[in-house]
Write a protein that binds this ligand. Sequence first.
Ligand SMILES: Cc1cc2nc3c(=O)[nH]c(=O)nc-3n(C[C@H](O)[C@H](O)[C@H](O)COP(=O)(O)OP(=O)(O)OC[C@H]3O[C@@H](n4cnc5c(N)ncnc54)[C@H](O)[C@@H]3O)c2cc1C
Length: 578
Amino acid sequence: MTQRDRGATGARAEPLGRPLGVTSVRPIAQNADVIVVGAGLAGLVCAAEIADAGRRVILLDQEPEASLGGQAFWSFGGLFLVDSPEQRRLRVHDSPELALEDWLGAAGFDREEDVWPRRWAEAYVDFAGGEKRAWLRAQGVRLFPLVQWAERGGYSAIGHGNSVPRFHVTWGTGPSLVEPFARRVREAETKGLVSMRFRHRVTGLRSGGGSVDGVVGEVLEASSAERGSPSSRTVVGEFELGAEAVVVTSGGIGGDHDLVRRSWPRRYGEPPAEMLSGVPDHVDGRMLEIASEAGGRVIGRDRMWNYPEGVRNPASIWTRHGIRILSGPSPLWLDARGRRLPAPLFPGFDALGAVEHIARAGDRHSWFLLNRRILGTELALSGSEQNPDLTGRNTRELLKRALPGVETHVERFARECPDFVEARTVPEVAQLMNELVGEPLVDSDTLEREIVARDRQVETGLGKDPQLMAIVAARRYLTDRFVRVAKPHRLLDPDAGPLVAVRLSILTRKTLGGLETDLSGRVLSSSGEPLPGLYAAGEVAGFGGGGMHGYRALEGTFLGGCLFSGRVAGRAAARAVS
Ligand SMILES: Cc1cc2nc3c(=O)[nH]c(=O)nc-3n(C[C@H](O)[C@H](O)[C@H](O)COP(=O)(O)OP(=O)(O)OC[C@H]3O[C@@H](n4cnc5c(N)ncnc54)[C@H](O)[C@@H]3O)c2cc1C
């Protein structure tokens, strides 16, 4: 072994060569056929595929073993599938043509550099309507039967949004999606094909003979940090490893708010002064710079998928930990001053449109205004730990969500989260909203006027309010009608419980741009040629091509993008080293 691990001296070791980019041209012995940097979902899929091809892999991660699986473990496990049996059972008519039209409408590809992202988008939609479900099923992944309708759009037929529900929740959420790939990697480890090395942080890529042939990095001190919690960055050694190919699967940038701010598209105004983090601290974007310094081209840096509906997690795990509210369409969405957001910025229609509206207004937050009945029916929380019934595959607990009088996890969360306030009357709720933000921004009379006018529209049974029309339309879909969307009623109906206001902050989450790759996952240089020996997959590669989503996403497409691009890059790297 040529790994030079200087041991736990406690002293900070000097990094080998330059800390970023390609570091050396000295010949180096090969420690494996392929090195994979990052043991999140993309890295696990990639390593499993390489080992299946009989090749030797070293899988490196800066975090301790407890965090194996990266972000995907925390995810809701939502998967974008097209024309699935689950959709058909719910009388949803979907097709690959419709899905691609929706995708391209959401992506809005309009740059010269969008060539590979667009090709990846086409290949991915094909996968989502083809092999994806059967491939996952063969590995034991099962789906919750009620397909959800995310990102409904609300513009024209060729505009942004899902024409039909496509968000399939993994039965067991994120952990159950990670599990088969972690198991495959563990099995390969027992056969001697995979070597996993945690607390190994890559700081540079090696180059020899014009090809990336290894990595250098720092060994971080052992850490007992629990899954997802920040772990120590104390360096206790360094390492250098050689291989015929390196695959980068290191995730996005959402944990580094300075980087998010620097990449923030000014067309959306200034980034809010305070944001919450929807990802663990390890989503630090450093590897993106390292690969870029080594000659890989990063495209679409200004394309990000941050959410407007973040609330503080009362049981915080990572820094500034926020939770995304997944809402049905009924809450009124108000700006910081209590005025309604314009159509079609209703909950669940156009996440980026709402982010843009809020940022351009220079606001730090917005509000959902609803009542107890809507809270019970329509509010859900993203994340595996926020859905213990689904994550635990516990049908009995799940059914309790529908039982009157039983406090659901969301209701308990609302009771504990400091961003929720509740009151019987509009003046009272306005006062609590102002107290929460420490400024008298919401005028009670203006708020009352919005609510009363909206309620008057409900009483007509017809009306002109596009949000109410959207609610009625949503209830034509079986899942929405029976479990997800409350029957239109007056917000001030005393039988619907007290009013609830939820302060929403911008939550950083997905990075849509990244390392430009061809359809084999090979990283391209600025000349458009593949950088020999270097591959990328998952979020660091914009989920394929450097940004297969373009500007916007249809949801459930990130985990799928990691599965697909991890598989593609793993198979291509295995072929290349044979
Ligand atoms: C709460 C939550 C809910 C979500 N819900 C959904 C959903 O329902 N549907 C969906 O499609 N997507 C969802 N996502 C998004 C999705 O989970 C992520 O986009 C995806 O898991 C990213 O996987 P990855 O393997 O590319 O990166 P990551 O999971 O970030 O893994 C990257 C790994 O690389 C390691 N690493 C980074 N740099 C280095 C380095 N220099 N040296 C060594 N190791 C390094 C990191 O420690 C990490 O373990 C959700 C995400 C979160 C956080």
